[in-house]
Design a protein around this ligand. Structure first.
Ligand SMILES: [Zn+2]
Length: 422
């Protein structure tokens, strides 16, 4: 196997070695590693993306860990503050955390993976002292310039001890969408525990396994995202590290996520009924059993064979097929549904993606007007979560005889005579 990937043999949360392959997925290159014309000669390696479940705690995870030097070589320039939907979500989330946990002005709030400081800004506005930690130097610089003090570093136990020594323990530590992205989950949780004051809370947002399955959120399956969290294994993981889960809230961001709150074991806050409710819900759904994950896998397999069948038949008939949407999630679809040799080009509304080439197969990404100029017979919606708005804004493509293919909740071919559902 390549030096760029290592296969772990124990559960990332409980360290048990009984792990079962539950959802086999085609190996893909790093999902957002779109390349420029100059790099077309460089072959991009594919890495395994299979999902495993721990038979001891039920945690679902990737075991193949791609080296950070490969994962983060793509130009990382995502700023939370540029997404109005995310800013609004962070505001409601932050205000909820302050209110529900009775946080105090003048105390310290720390965000891990703080990006441009969008989340911390709401704690600062409330009157707390804030500190961001984010290893992406360009983003940390931007945050500092905007008045959110940010250390351009990875969180380690040493760094946590240093911060605590200098500033005292934090009343709130948060980690949003990063608490599923590290291979060393135990090390991360221990560092976070180190940062907390005795009355401190740890809040984190992660995408929720049940939503990934129910809504086929294939876009959330990618190499950096090594953990697919559910409450049952998380609660045990917290307990094993001297922490206690005290609240869980389901939110709709990113197709379905959990906001979890934890404190040091025996802390002053009472455990909310939401924790027990979620544990019962997961028990009733049998979410920690391979039987459930394997049912999801069969559903995915049946979707794969249907889509692959439809596309190959059209291809053999000489029809031209384009893809719509050059997002990270498309890479899994292209590989798993075997359409790399079939898509002539991909269109995307975002100028950032245009004139690049898709990871691995190097399919050209063109502006959306290519649908009207090159007139492909079909456009497959790689960004199918946005099916309705895409069809709504491209009625003219249907009028000119083009047809959209969307794949969820079922495979549907849309032409100008289709009864509108968008
Ligand atoms: Zn486990």
């Amino acid at each position: 196997m390549s030096n760029n990937v290592k296969h772990r043999t124990t559960c990332r949360l409980c360290n048990h070695s009984a792990l079962e392959l539950v959802v086999p997925i085609a190996a893909t290159p790093v999902a957002d590693a779109f390349v420029t014309r100059e790099k077309l000669n460089e072959k991009q390696e594919c890495y395994p993306l299979d999902m495993y479940q721990c038979l001891s705690c039920g945690h679902v995870q990737l075991l193949d860990v791609v080296s950070p030097k490969v994962l983060f070589c793509s130009n990382y320039s995502y700023f939370s503050g540029n997404s109005p939907g995310l800013v609004k979500h962070f505001q409601e989330y932050a205000e909820g955390v302050i209110r529900k946990n009775g946080l105090d002005q003048g105390r310290l709030a720390i965000d891990i993976g703080s990006n441009d400081g969008t989340f911390l800004k709401f704690f600062k506005n409330f009157g707390m002292k804030v500190l961001g930690i984010d290893p992406a130097e360009n983003i940390a610089r931007h945050a500092n310039a905007a008045g959110i003090e940010t250390l351009p570093e990875f969180l380690t136990k040493d760094l946590a001890a240093k911060i605590c020594g200098e500033r005292g323990g934090a009343q709130m530590v948060s980690a949003n969408n990063v608490f599923a992205h590290t291979d060393d989950m135990a090390g991360m949780l221990e560092s976070i525990r180190e940062l907390l004051a005795p009355d401190g809370i740890f809040v984190f947002e992660v995408s929720y396994l049940a939503d990934v399955m129910d809504k086929m959120l294939l876009g959330s399956i990618f190499h950096e995202h090594v953990c697919y969290h559910s409450v049952t294994p998380l609660q045990k993981f917290m307990q094993a590290h001297g922490m206690e889960l005290i609240d869980v809230e389901r939110v709709s961001i990113q197709g379905g996520s959990l906001i979890c709150t934890a404190q040091k074991a025996g802390g002053k806050r009472a455990v909310s009924p939401s924790v027990g409710d979620m544990l019962s819900y997961e028990k009733q759904r049998n979410l920690c059993s391979p039987v459930t994950l394997k049912a999801f896998s069969r559903e995915l397999e049946s979707m794969r064979s249907e889509i692959s069948g439809v596309l190959h038949k059209l291809h053999q008939q000489g029809k031209t097929i384009a893809g719509f949407g050059a997002a990270r999630g498309g890479t899994l679809l292209i590989y798993h549904f075997n359409m790399g040799e079939i898509l002539k080009f991909i269109v995307d509304d975002s100028p950032d993606k245009q004139n690049l080439y898709s990871p691995g197969y190097h399919i050209p990404v063109l502006p959306t007007k290519a649908l009207y100029e090159q007139k492909p017979d079909y456009a497959f919606l790689l960004a199918w979560v946005h099916t309705k708005p895409i069809i709504r804004s491209n009625q003219a493509y249907l009028e000119q005889g083009g047809q959209f293919i969307t794949c969820f909740p079922q495979v549907v071919i849309v032409n100008k005579d289709t009864t509108p559902f968008w």
